[in-house]
Design a protein around this ligand. Structure first.
Ligand code: CMC
Length: 435
């Protein structure tokens, strides 16, 4: 790291204190950034940017998004090409190590991941402590955090070998943990992983298989699941990834950091949106009511938003949404439900929104979550599992970003400043004199 180049400077002028030059740093592609690290020391000012709308929190070489053009690249490869030509294991390797694997590298990587797919048998007791109707994301936060209590030999973040073992463990165990959360909710026996199956195939078997019967999976559904995992694998410095980095910046162990990321992902403005989209489509109910909901979304007095629309970075069609829409048609066709009324409703909603002045002006386009709920529901997942699948797939991104941060010599504990508007210091009031 430290590969950014200084491309110039920006002068900050203050009527009272004179002017200060701040370096302008350039990356490979994307806008230059003003390096404000010396701003406070030289001027006594902080910057103010709630929600980090204009702040680069780190230097990274993993993922690049051009939100205006609707471009998403992982290590330089476009998401469309990866979704079409690679499988999820290759994308994991790419995110973690920077290059697509050779045949031998891929074989060895898959072997190492599958070696770690089982969870400590005592973790079963952990599940039994949850209510059967617990939200599976609540279980994920708890169980993933608890991994640090089971795998002590991979929690030393200063040892690169231990960091890599923890990374493999997290990627390998996440499908097992997610499938167990599902099995627990339906009261079926937990299924052990099958290392002969693909990553997606093994997950589906652990979710839908039962010990009493052979499990058969359609190759179209297996490929669709794998593609859904690819589409969610990483998305640069989004809220949950930034949460993982912030938690990790204090030196917390990787399992605790990923649990923090899962907690953040759960929110409806982030990973919880796929569940929220389905709820919204069910609430709208029929194509004739779309207009009413579009009207509500535009009303500043109404908090209703079209879930699955809009994005902090994309001001164009989310490139993942295009692939997801295609996958949606493939899956529904395979399952013989091409005329799913919710899909019809979603397509109508999308069409109306894309032509509506409000949505056009605010550059609100469908994001990855708009179609994913329909696909996952058709495959048979209950809505509460949608965000769990997102977490499963995003784990590799979190882990790659966490590793990059720990290995970066310029890494510091994340500690934002604030603009304080509370009371200035005042005399203490004894209780008998208050009120
Ligand atoms: N429906 C209606 N209006 C919207 C929507 C929407 N989905 N999204 C944004 N707006 C309006 C918003 O009211 C605001 O209007 P105004 O300028 O008049 O106040 C304007 O567009 C800008 O919105 P914002 O909330 O300031 O933008 P943001 O960058 O802070 O929020 C977002 C981005 C994704 C949280 C937001 O678009 C949203 O809530 N979308 C619905 C939830 C969703 O689909 N989330 C999934 C994101 S993609 C997957 C992921 O990364 O997890």
């Amino acid at each position: 790291m430290g590969d950014a180049s200084t491309t110039g400077s920006v002068k900050i002028t203050d009527g009272n204190k004179g002017s200060t030059d701040l370096p302008l740093l350039g990356g490979t592609v994307g806008p230059n950034v003003i390096d404000v690290r010396k701003l406070y020391g030289e001027t006594g000012y902080f910057t103010f940017d709630p929600g980090f709308t204009a702040t680069a929190s780190c230097e990274s070489q993993i993922t690049y998004i051009d939100g205006d053009e609707g471009v998403l690249l992982h290590r330089g490869y476009s998401i469309d090409h990866l979704a079409e030509h690679s499988d999820f294991m290759e994308v994991c390797y790419l995110l973690l190590f920077g290059e697509l694997p050779t045949v031998d590298e891929k074989e060895s990587f898959v072997k190492t991941v599958t070696y770690h797919t089982m969870v400590h048998e005592q973790m079963v007791n952990f599940y039994r402590g949850f209510r059967r109707d617990a939200h599976p994301m609540a279980i994920m936060v708890g169980v993933v955090g608890a991994l640090s209590a089971f795998y002590h030999d991979s929690t030393d973040i200063n040892d690169p070998h231990q960091r890599m073992v923890a990374s493999y463990r997290l990627i390998a165990k996440m499908p097992t943990i997610a499938a167990m959360a599902y099995k627990y909710s339906v009261g079926q026996p937990f299924m052990y992983p099958d290392n002969k199956s693909s990553y997606a195939g093994n997950f589906m078997r652990m979710v839908y298989g039962v010990p009493a019967e052979e499990y058969e999976l359609s190759p179209t559904i297996e490929r669709a699941m794998d593609r859904i995992f690819i589409l969610h694998a990483d998305h640069e410095q989004n809220a949950s990834t930034s949460t993982v980095r912030l938690a990790g910046s204090s030196g917390a162990n990787p399992f605790a950091c990923i649990a923090a990321g899962i907690a953040c992902l759960w929110g409806p403005a982030h990973g919880g949106a796929n569940e929220a989209v389905l709820k919204m489509l069910e609430e709208i109910g029929s194509v004739d009511r779309v207009g009413e909901y579009i009207k509500r979304a535009k009303d500043p007095q109404d908090s209703f938003r079209v879930m699955g629309f809009g994005h902090r970075v994309y001001k164009n069609y989310d490139p993942r949404a295009r692939v997801m829409q295609m996958t949606c048609h493939e899956v529904l066709n395979e399952l013989g439900v091409e005329d799913d009324p919710l899909l019809e409703l979603a397509m109508k909603l999308e069409k109306i929104a894309l032509e509506d002045e409000y949505f056009v002006e605010k550059k609100l386009y469908p994001n990855v979550d708009f179609y994913s709920g329909i696909v996952l529901r058709a495959i048979g997942f209950p809505p509460e599992m949608f965000t769990v699948l997102f977490a499963l797939a995003r784990t590799v991104g979190w882990v790659a970003q966490w590793n990059e941060m720990i290995a970066d010599p310029s890494q510091k504990i994340g500690r934002p400043r604030q603009l304080y508007t509370g009371p200035a210091e005042r005399p203490y009031v004894p209780i008998e004199k208050r009120g």
